[in-house]
Design a protein around this ligand. Structure first.
Ligand code: GLN
Length: 448
């Protein structure tokens, strides 16, 4: 049924870069057989799942939506892919994204943009836009994304689905093409909170192959029927009221109504102060681009991916391969990161950002001593029409105001649909302390 849906809508939506229909059907048959023979079945029990195209799949092309990796076929699976297979999930294909996960609209993909299934003239958000759209268009039951600064939560918000960015270290990143190692996390999308829970449950866990994977990586069993919002302590950062972005008024109205749902169901809400939040965006764009610039140095035309045909010297081979292989936004970030790390500027930019990161983390730690969750909007802007915001990279970066601090502090957060503005979905962001995913599910399910 999902493959039929893909046939019907995919030409317009473009949620996938690669569809693996034959193998998916084969896998589904094997699963049927297993079921008939009464074998034990995994928690994904034959569910179709779409995988963001920066997550390695053995013998299935993994491009990061870049010309650089247009033809790259990985020789091994990411740990999350192994886990999905073990839990009887059926991989449908690889989803579209912003090139190397940099962006918030899926417009920087070498394979063309994905359209928002809720309104096809608008972007689906990004960078995991394909994974969010695949759920919204019912092309897949579940999907995986990655979130470095909002790339799961923001497209979830734009497409009206649930998206989770887990605690740093909860999910293995072995076999995930890194954008920014100290911020990247693999997470999930589902049409509702319970679906997202099943997806997350299937991929969490300590992995000795990932040095940043935590031994504490576990997701408790959650009894959804027992969930209540009573006594839940909610914090609202007052800095978010000061950090207004033009045009966010109507989204804030929907947010206010959502807060009432929490209050009416017995939660308490208090304003708190996180004074360093106002530096989060600058801090994020320095640290992430710095890490991007070093990570992407591996694409030199020799070890992986695209190699220029036209060169005379080794330097020319590097330069021409990278010039041809990378898109504009990717180059912009490599330039910014190289600058931030360069001799003479490093202390002023990169090191300062590292210090701010600690201060932001301390702010959160203080709040979570007395509160269960923090609520905010997911994105201060609505899904936008194609080719409108990308012309101004800084405007696009500003839209990440609410999502990036979570990654800087290594916390977990979820975006759940909270309503619509002008017929376009808007998301509520729930944030909890490290390894407190259970609180996210409590708040989200109680609200949903
Ligand atoms: N929009 C953010 C950025 O462009 C988030 C990216 C991400 O989470 N991968 O950096």
């Amino acid at each position: 049924a999902f493959l039929e849906k893909i046939d019907e809508v995919e030409d317009e939506i473009n949620a996938f870069i690669t569809i693996d229909a034959d193998r998916a059907l084969e896998k589904a048959k094997q699963f049927d057989q297993k079921l008939m023979e009464g074998e034990e079945i995994g928690i994904l029990a034959g569910l179709p799942i779409a995988i963001k195209d920066n997550i390695m799949t053995r013998n299935l092309r993994t491009t990061c939506a870049s010309k650089m990796l247009e033809k790259y076929i990985p020789p091994y699976n990411a740990t999350v892919v192994e886990k999905i297979t073990r839990e009887d999930g059926i991989i449908l294909g690889k989803t579209n994204m912003d090139e190397f996960a940099m962006g918030g609209s899926t417009e920087t993909s070498y394979f063309g943009p994905t359209r928002n299934p809720k309104n096809k003239s608008f972007v689906p958000g990004g960078s995991s836009g394909g994974s969010a759209a695949a759920i919204a268009a019912q092309e897949s039951a579940l999907s995986l994304g990655t979130d470095t600064g909002g790339s799961i939560r923001q497209p979830a918000s734009y497409c009206g689905v649930v998206g989770i960015k887990p605690t740093y270290g909860l999910v293995s990143r072995y076999g995930v093409v890194p954008m920014s190692n100290s911020l990247d996390q693999v997470g999930v999308f589902g049409k509702d909170v319970k679906d997202a829970y099943i997806a997350l449950k299937s991929i969490v866990g300590y992995d000795p192959l990932d040095a940043t994977s935590s031994k504490k990586a576990k997701l408790e069993d959650i009894k959804f029927e027992e969930i209540s919002l009573k006594g839940l302590k909610i914090a609202l950062p007052k800095e978010y009221d000061e950090l207004r972005v033009e045009g966010d008024q109507e989204i804030r109205e929907v947010f206010k109504k959502s807060l009432k749902v929490f209050e009416d169901n017995g939660a308490t809400i208090e304003y708190v102060s996180l004074p360093y939040l106002k530096y989060a965006l600058e801090t994020y764009y320095l640290i992430s681009t710095a890490e991007v610039s070093t990570n992407l140095s591996r694409f030199d035309g020799i070890r992986y991916g695209h190699r220029a045909l036209d060169y005379n010297t080794l330097d020319e081979l590097y330069i021409n391969s990278r010039t041809e292989g990378f898109g504009e936004e990717t180059k912009r970030r490599i330039m910014m990161g190289t600058y931030a790390l360069s001799q003479g500027y490093k202390d002023e930019h990169y090191k300062k950002a590292l210090k701010l990161r600690t201060l932001i983390k301390n702010d959160y730690d203080r709040v979570f001593r007395n509160f269960d969750i923090i609520l905010s909007i997911t994105s201060p802007i609505l899904p936008f029409p194609f080719d409108s915001v990308i012309n101004s990279p800084v405007d696009m970066y500003k839209a990440d105001t609410y999502t990036v601090p979570v990654n800087l502090a290594g916390l977990c957060a979820m975006s759940v649909p909270m309503g619509e503005v002008d017929g376009l979905p808007v998301g509520l962001q729930i944030t909890a302390n490290r390894f407190e995913e259970k609180k996210l599910f409590t708040a989200a399910y109680g609200f949903e």
